[in-house]
Structures are given as structure tokens and as C-alpha cells.
Design a protein around this ligand. Structure first.
Ligand code: RET
Length: 281
């Protein structure tokens, strides 16, 4: 077990008992679905930009930035998966390929370093803060977002080798995550104050989506332990569950979140006299 160093646990499964055809393919397909949705989202955000008043369009622009970076990352992640494991006809399973790069989730973390500040920022261009200071919230979002990811990135290297380092870095990351949740709750509560009824409803949905989708990431971090480190550590269930969790989280936190913000911005635009439906009728 030592020969793989700080490699993530997907590689340990690939070295020991390997992946079944079904387990391997589910991951390959779900990773492909992930980047396909990002490309589709890219077109959605470009094509719907004009449906909101000019002051809200920066939100769509930020979604476009997120889609492009997520598309590239997930494309890379999918080829990393198919390069890292190779079918062994004798055993009828997929094993670590000789001479190839190991599988690694680290690309994701570095992608979040771009996407997390963008996603947090984005809502500030849709809602109007009543009491809080825009620049202060923005800076706190930046700081805690980056700190949460960098500490988590370091921690994930230890998931197979040092539970202590893994849990300590994970706990530090969680402190920043809680700070982000508190800030976001405040932003949404203030944002609802002057907003029209329809936008208020959508903002409530955004809060629920935000909490659920963002919690999936620490869930995926813990996955090798959630499924039972003794029994399932060397099983593909944890691997498949983790990649499915990441994909649901990515689609929710980037695409659905962006769509809901567009819907909220459209309701606000309408209240301010920018009614796209009427303009094009
Ligand atoms: C880590 C480490 C373990 C503890 C916690 C984490 C939180 C990660 C989050 C990531 C969100 C990513 C998003 C990406 C979108 O592109 C780093 C897994 C709390 C919340 C929204």
C-alpha cells in the first residue's frame, strides 16, 4: 500500500482489485456528462444575457467564465481517468496502467480556486445589499474561499496515508466554509428586502441550493471514510460514489445556481422597467 505515496484512493483500488466494467464505465460516463453540461451551460449564459437589464449582465459573464474553466478541467479529468486505468483481459477488470499518470482529484481543487470566488461574487451583482458593505463582503468571500480550498487541497493528499493530517486540514478548511455560509446567508437575506415577490422566491431557492450543493464537496472529500475505510476503502463503491457526488455538486453549484440567478435578475429587471418579453413581443 505504501508504493503509491500520497496518491488518492482511486489509485489504490486500481492497483489492488481493480475496477469492474460497470464501475469503470459509470465514472467515465459521469465525467463526460460533467463537461458536456458545462459546454451546454456556456451557450445558455451567452444566449440569455440580453434577457436581463445591462446592470445584471456581469452575473452572466461570471457564469461564462465558470463554464469555460470547468469545461476544460472536467475534460482533463475525464481523460486522466481513462489514461490512468487500463483493461486487463485476463482478469476482466481495469487496473492502473503501467507508465501512465495516476488518477488525481487535485485538478478539481485548483479549478475551484477560480470558480468559488466567481460564484460567490456573482450574487453580489444581482442582489442589492442594504446594510453590508459591498467591498468588505467581496474581500471576505475572496479570502475565505481561497483559504478553504487551499487547505482542502493540501489535506486531500493525505487521505490514504495520514488520517491525522487529512482531518486537521479538513477541519481548518471547514472553518472557512462556515464563514462563507454565514456571509452568503446575510447576502441573501439583505437581497430579498427590496426585491419583487418572484425574485424573493427564487432567492430562497438559491439559498437551499447553495447549502445542499456546497455541502456535497466536503462529502466527497470524506467519501473514502463515509463508506467505511476498512470495508470499502479498497472497493470501487467509494470511487464511483465520489465522482457521482462531484458531478451533481458541479452541475448544481455552477449551472443551476447560474440559471436561478438569471431568473432572479430577470424579475428584478422587469420591476425596473426592462421587460425582455415585452420588448420582443
Ligand atoms: C473541502 C475540504 C474539506 C472541507 C471542506 C471543503 C469544502 C469545499 C467546497 C467546495 C466548493 C466548490 C465549488 C466549486 C464550484 O466550482 C475543500 C472539500 C468544507 C465547499 C462550489
Amino acid at each position: 500500500m505504501k508504493e503509491l505515496g500520497n496518491a488518492t484512493f482511486e489509485n489504490y483500488v486500481g492497483m489492488e482489485q481493480g475496477f469492474s466494467e460497470m464501475g469503470y464505465q459509470i465514472v467515465a460516463h459521469i465525467l463526460t456528462l460533467g463537461y458536456a453540461v458545462m459546454l451546454a451551460g456556456l451557450f445558455y449564459f451567452i444566449l440569455t444575457m440580453k434577457t436581463v437589464a445591462p446592470r445584471y449582465r456581469i452575473s452572466s459573464v461570471l457564469s461564462v467564465v465558470v463554464m469555460v474553466s470547468a469545461f476544460l478541467l472536467l475534460f482533463k479529468q475525464a481523460s486522466n481517468w481513462s489514461d490512468a486505468f487500463q483493461f486487463n483481459a485476463e482478469k476482466g477488470r481495469y487496473f492502473l496502467a503501467a507508465g501512465a499518470d495516476l488518477f488525481n482529484n487535485g485538478y478539481r481543487y485548483l479549478n475551484w480556486l477560480i470558480d468559488v470566488p466567481m460564484l460567490l461574487f456573482q450574487i453580489l451583482f444581482v442582489v442589492a445589499l442594504t446594510r453590508s458593505n459591498f467591498a468588505s463582503i467581496r474581500n471576505q468571500f475572496w479570502f475565505s474561499g481561497a483559504a478553504m480550498i487551499i487547505t482542502g487541497y493540501i489535506g486531500q493528499y493525505y487521505e490514504a496515508t495520514s488520517p491525522t493530517a487529512y482531518f486537521i486540514w479538513g477541519a481548518v478548511s471547514t472553518v472557512f466554509f462556515i464563514h462563507i455560509l454565514i456571509l452568503m446567508n446575510r447576502v441573501i437575506r439583505e437581497g430579498k428586502e427590496g426585491a419583487p415577490e418572484k425574485a424573493r422566491k427564487v432567492l430562497s431557492q438559491i439559498w437551499v441550493l447553495f447549502v445542499v450543493a456546497w455541502m456535497l464537496y466536503p462529502g466527497a472529500y470524506l467519501m473514502p471514510h463515509l463508506v467505511g475505510i476498512e470495508g470499502a476503502f479498497f472497493s470501487e463503491i467509494g470511487v464511483v460514489a465520489r465522482q457521482i457526488t462531484y458531478t451533481i455538486a458541479d452541475v448544481s453549484s455552477k449551472v443551476i445556481y447560474g440559471v436561478l440567478l438569471t431568473v432572479a435578475a430577470r424579475a428584478m429587471s422587469k420591476q425596473e422597467g426592462y421587460d425582455y418579453k415585452e420588448m420582443t413581443a
